[in-house]
Write a protein that binds this ligand. Structure first.
Ligand SMILES: [Zn+2]
Ligand SMILES: [Zn+2]
Length: 263
């Protein structure tokens, strides 16, 4: 069974030519889920051959612009291209109000069924939905606004243990995440800064390479994928080396690359 994520944007708050704002498409045997929808996501979907009309579930981690400013444009294009199938957006409380206002002042119209599932909880993990291929859960992170990580668990065929993929962006170091991501096959963590910026990361409630790698090690993750890379890092090798001091099985996400969720 295929289970992988395609990174559309691996950058932090300011997009660059090499790294767009946060977005990725998780594919569980053809069932696709969009995680975050930063500016320009709809173009990145086209560049990397991800058909937008095949996406019915969009999970937004939080309402900072680099994670959802692409949403109104994507939904408008879905409408203009004749979409008839429903879309559900999962996001922290406030998404409906912000999107409704934007649609109203711009005179935009969405002709398909658009549902919002607003997340408003601070403890535990909640099941958002399940298909015959996977289950998707949300759990709280620790950032400057309400933020949720997402866990996608395949429904295995046969006796195999289910593979699990977790996406945690944006967050600072907090061990409250550990029970939600324990033993995941692939852990995608934000790593906005290198070790030298530890105090900045703590102040802005982001992670360094060391923090992300330490969380991966403590969670017993099989593999770590670092994303949300600050525009200041032109060469990611330094970040990779720093993370590997604490957790050896690590990759730095790159736009357009596909990362398998392996056993
Ligand atoms: Zn961000
Ligand atoms: Zn943020």
């Amino acid at each position: 069974m295929n289970f992988y994520t395609t990174i559309l944007g691996s950058g932090a708050a300011i997009p660059t030519v090499a790294r767009h704002c946060s977005a990725q498409v998780v594919n569980v045997n053809g069932f696709r889920i969009l995680l975050d929808c930063g500016e320009n996501t709809q173009t990145q979907l086209r560049v990397y051959h991800q058909k937008m009309q095949g996406i019915a579930h969009i999970c937004i981690t939080h309402l900072h612009g680099d994670h959802f400013f692409g949403l109104p444009g994507l939904l408008s294009s879905m409408h203009l291209c004749g979409r008839t199938q429903p879309v559900t957006v999962y996001a922290p409380a406030g998404i409906r109000q912000s999107m409704d206002l934007l649609m109203e002042v711009s005179g935009s119209h969405i002709g398909f069924e658009l549902n919002y599932c607003e997340l408003d909880f601070s403890e535990g993990m909640q099941l958002l939905f399940e298909s015959n291929l996977c289950r998707v859960y949300a759990f709280p992170l620790l950032h400057s606004v309400p933020t949720y990580g997402y866990l996608i668990e395949e429904i295995p065929r046969g006796a195999n243990p289910p593979r699990r993929y977790a996406y945690c962006s944006d967050t600072t170091y907090t061990e409250t995440i550990l029970p939600f991501v324990e033993g995941v096959n692939l852990l995608c963590m934000e790593s906005t800064f290198d070790k030298a910026f530890t105090s900045v990361a703590q102040e802005k409630l982001h992670c360094t390479t060391e923090m992300a790698a330490t969380l991966a090690a403590k969670a017993g993750a099989k593999h770590l994928l670092l994303t949300h890379i600050s525009a200041r890092y032109k060469e990611p090798e330094k970040l990779l080396a720093e993370a590997q001091e604490f957790f050896p099985q690590v990759s730095i996400a790159a736009d357009g690359e596909r990362y398998e969720v392996q056993y």
